[in-house]
Design a protein around this ligand. Sequence first.
Ligand SMILES: Cc1ncc(COP(=O)(O)O)c(C=O)c1O
Length: 404
Amino acid sequence: MKLKDTGKSAADIKALISKYMIETYERYDFLCERAEGIYLYDEKGQAYLDFYGGIAVNSAGSRNPKVVAAAKDQLDDVIHTFNYPYLIPQALLAEKICTTLGYEKIFYQNSGTEANEAMIKMARKYGIEKYGPNRYHIISAKESFHGRSFGALSATGQPNSACHRGFGPMLPGFNYAEFNNLDDFASQVTGDTIAIMLEPIQGEGGVHLATPEFLKGIRKLCDEKGLLLLIDEIQTGWCRTGEVMGYMHYGVKPDIVSMAKALGGGFPISAICTNSEIAAAFNMGSHGTTYGGNSVCCAAALAQITELLDKNMAANAKETGDYFMEKLRSLPRVKNVRGKGLLVGVELDGPIGLAVKHNCLDRKFLVTLIGDRLIRMIPPLTVTKTDCDKACALLAESIDAVKS
Ligand SMILES: Cc1ncc(COP(=O)(O)O)c(C=O)c1O
């Protein structure tokens, strides 16, 4: 939709949103009318350099032409039917994902939260059916983020955060252990534990990387104790970190993996993959979804991941990410730069993150803030070193402009 066709002003649109919408995020104070590549454009055609990429979604660039063409083609054939007929985009996407990642089975959902919900449900049912009624407990990491439904939220190891507070008790069967502390995880395993659930890099929790010893140790622990390793690749998956999946940096393979965000290139699709034995926990009627596997989303996702893989965007994420992080380390007031590929966290030396984020916006540069001092950047994987130079200069100016 174009503003000029609505008979309204940008101020009218903002007023309608604040009047009618339940707002749970601080908005960037501009109207986005168009998005393309690594830029968003307002109604006046002014460009904003996008280093948040729809929160790690627009990995092949906003409105990647291949994704747009695939979705448009599919709109002319089938939009939605529910999962009763056999559907071409579902089949081709399933084959592409399973053969690329080396899994036997896939289940489609719509969002990261739902993929994790499915992963949790599958692990619990597998455990109960195989070992007995109490074997459904899952250990996840402190400071993890797995989503906002009650299952995914219960797995989210942030009991004192705003996303947990005020919603009453979480589900039974979840424990939290310290990320990167193998002993803590091992000590919490009981006869009722069925799985360990982790992000390879904690994104929302502040860009913290699993150490190789930790993730390899967790895999070994799972093998020894008959536990499933559940890896949440919602933010890290599909080339973001310099490998197709984050776990690939570690030489481990999860028993179930969840994915979303970059998978759909802006269309709401997510999935879990696993082997046939574990997948058998989901039998007729045990789980389902109206929209999961939607034809347009599957067609778009197939184009999106084909583009990411064919253009070797994992390699670009690695090379450009390393270059970017090195440059960021030399900026003033930067205490620490951490990340992998183009999942980058810049820790400032004090609680100036909000001011820096606002100064970035003043310069038409879009970043995300975690807590009060971590600037996170998760741009499209199509960014070049020149784009990163520009981002560095804008961030330096934005830090400089903080008055304290
Ligand atoms: C690691 C991880 N898991 C799950 C989610 C939830 O995904 P969604 O917002 O699509 O439900 C997110 C979202 O940021 C995430 O980063």
